[in-house]
Design a protein around this ligand. Structure first.
Ligand code: G6P
Ligand code: ZN
Length: 539
């Protein structure tokens, strides 16, 4: 019944910032997905008799790989798998299911905000028992295993009906097909004041970008909170996301932005990404940067029932603006700075040292799960609007008037030749020691380093996490290569300028950052190394 299939190792199965992400065509190679899944199982010593959660964002190949994963779980000693109906589970819902079911972990099939379809991207990520992405120690062990693997185990006989909720059996293992939405929606209802949100008379536009949050948002916003039908746009998950990038930023969620700056804009606009963990927040006529959103949510979280007792601490990734640190200061709670990647928040959340976390890459979340959570951020914003009766603009302006404003933008140079991108970073790293004291235009460099993170909970150290150049007065630029791309390199340049309460709080972001943008090129030689004179995406 259990078949052992001989295979040859692939050399390119190194998990990136968030799991193994490749073109669909790469995953379609014979044994490619199987090798990776077997490598994951091989590093899980406790899998015999254990429960595993499996689900994905519904993109092209989702069902095919889920079928394989279930068959391989049965052949590898698991006693039970929990699978979202139709193979659907948003990333935060999967995290919740892992935590609630006592599973030892879960396989989440997604390439997040990357496009989907036969010529686009696919991904597999392993999350551990706390519901969060596997820490580096485990992803490194998985990678090492992929390089030596020579066989995998699979149950080939028997049928699995992914669409039928209930219990099935495969090779002695229980396959439980579960409603992907219910438990997650119930969890949200325990965190927020649904009655207040319902009664606030707000109008909302939520763009699910033809991705996984459609069914979640429809159930929560339209059914449970009573927002008008049509509040959720592009609410049906499609295998190719309708041909769009399911990335909730001002470029890819342009339609929503245009709606929100129109005369008759609703009170609140939001979007989420392919797998439901990212968020975009737009008020009437005002875009809230993810870094500001984190700070504003943290400053007002006590207005929602789950956070009424206050926050234990706030964590942000290094390239995220320091706006949240100012809130932590005011609340007299600790602020943590971690490398890019949600997995770095896991230990702090488990240790009870932080309650809210966020990243510039449109991720915000709390200790309710161990992933960032797009709809959670939307609901916390709605709870705050309902509790205060204020508009998004008022919340933002009052926030800046109290804490000052961190003007912020990220410039992405996509599909850069990998060697050129590596050369840019290497040259930059080489000259770090000489930068302090130098003047670039009107800016004086105060400090420069390559960020290394010392995790105080487990003593681990993660080095080379991005180059930071700090200017006198609190401005800075950060350079890093993306860890989530699937072709070439993406150079990310993060620009930040702090204006104190007495400074210019309502200026144009591009203008406020212009001198830092030119300093970035002067310091790193972006044009010289990449041949690009403009970023491809500004967020
Ligand atoms: C994924 C991770 C995030 C991370 C983001 C950016 O979405 O879940 O935690 O911030 O990737 O990664 P990148 O390496 O592309 O900048
Ligand atoms: Zn995502």
């Amino acid at each position: 019944m259990i078949e052992t299939v001989s295979t040859t190792a692939f050399t390119d199965q190194k998990p990136g910032t968030s799991g193994l992400r490749k073109k669909v065509k790469v995953f379609q190679q014979q044994h490619y997905a199987e090798n990776f899944i077997q490598a994951v199982f091989d590093v899980l010593d406790d899998r015999a008799g254990a429960t595993l959660v499996i689900g994905g964002d519904g993109r092209f190949l989702n069902r095919v790989v889920i079928d394989k994963a279930i068959r391989m779980a049965a052949a590898n000693g698991f006693s039970r798998v929990l699978v979202g109906q139709g193979g659907i589970l948003s990333t935060p819902a999967a995290s919740n299911l892992i935590r609630q079911s006592g599973a030892i972990g879960g396989l989440i099939l997604s390439a997040s905000h990357n496009p989907g379809g036969p010529d686009e991207d696919f991904g597999i990520k392993y999350n551990v028992g706390n519901g969060g992405p596997a820490p580096e120690k485990i992803t490194e062990a998985i990678y090492a295993r992929t390089r030596t693997i020579d066989a995998y185990r699979i149950v080939t006989a028997g049928e699995i009906d992914l669409d039928r909720v209930g219990t099935q059996e495969l090779g002695g293992m229980t396959v439980e097909i579960v409603d992907p939405v219910g438990a997650y929606a119930d969890l949200m209802a325990t965190l927020f004041d649904f009655t207040a949100i319902r009664g606030a008379g707000l109008t909302v536009a939520f763009d699910a970008m033809s991705a996984v949050t459609g069914p979640y948002a429809t159930e929560i916003l339209e059914c449970r909170l009573g927002f008008a039908e049509g509040t959720v746009r592009n609410g049906t998950p499609l295998e190719d996301f309708g041909g769009h990038h399911p990335d909730p930023n001002l470029v890819h969620a342009r339609e929503l932005y245009d709606l929100m700056v129109a005369e008759d804009a609703p009170d609140f606009g939001a979007a989420s990404d392919g797998d439901g963990d990212r968020n975009l927040i737009i008020g009437r006529g005002i875009f809230i940067t993810p870094s500001d959103s984190l700070a504003m949510l943290a400053a007002n979280a006590h207005l929602a029932p789950a956070y009424a007792k206050g926050l234990k601490g706030i964590a942000r990734s290094m390239p995220t603006s320091a706006a949240a640190d100012r809130v932590a200061d005011a609340l007299e709670i600790p602020a943590f700075e971690t490398p890019t990647g949600w997995k770095f928040f896991g230990n702090l959340l488990d240790a009870g040292r932080v309650t809210i976390c966020g990243e510039e890459s449109a991720g915000t979340g709390s200790d309710h799960v161990r992933e960032k959570d797009g709809l959670w951020a939307v609901l916390l914003w709605l709870n705050i609007l309902a509790a205060t009766g204020k508009s998004v603009r008022q919340i933002a302006e009052e926030h800046w008037a109290r804490f000052g404003r961190n003007y912020y933008a990220r410039h992405d140079y996509e599909g850069v030749d990998s060697a050129a991108a590596d050369a840019l970073m290497a040259t930059l790293r080489d000259k770090l020691a000489h930068l302090p004291g130098q003047k670039v235009g009107d800016l004086t460099i105060e400090a420069a380093d390559d960020f290394a993170y010392h995790d105080s909970t487990d003593g681990s150290v993660s080095s080379n996490q991005g180059v930071r150049v700090l200017f006198a007065g609190g401005s800075r630029v950060v350079f890093r290569l993306s860890g989530t791309g699937t072709s070439g390199a993406t150079l990310r340049v993060y620009l930040e300028r702090y204006e104190p309460v007495s400074g210019q709080l309502d200026a144009d972001t591009t203008q406020m950052l212009a001198d830092i943008a030119s300093a970035a090129d002067a310091i790193a030689g972006i044009v010289r190394h990449t041949g690009r004179t403009q970023p491809d995406v500004v967020t």
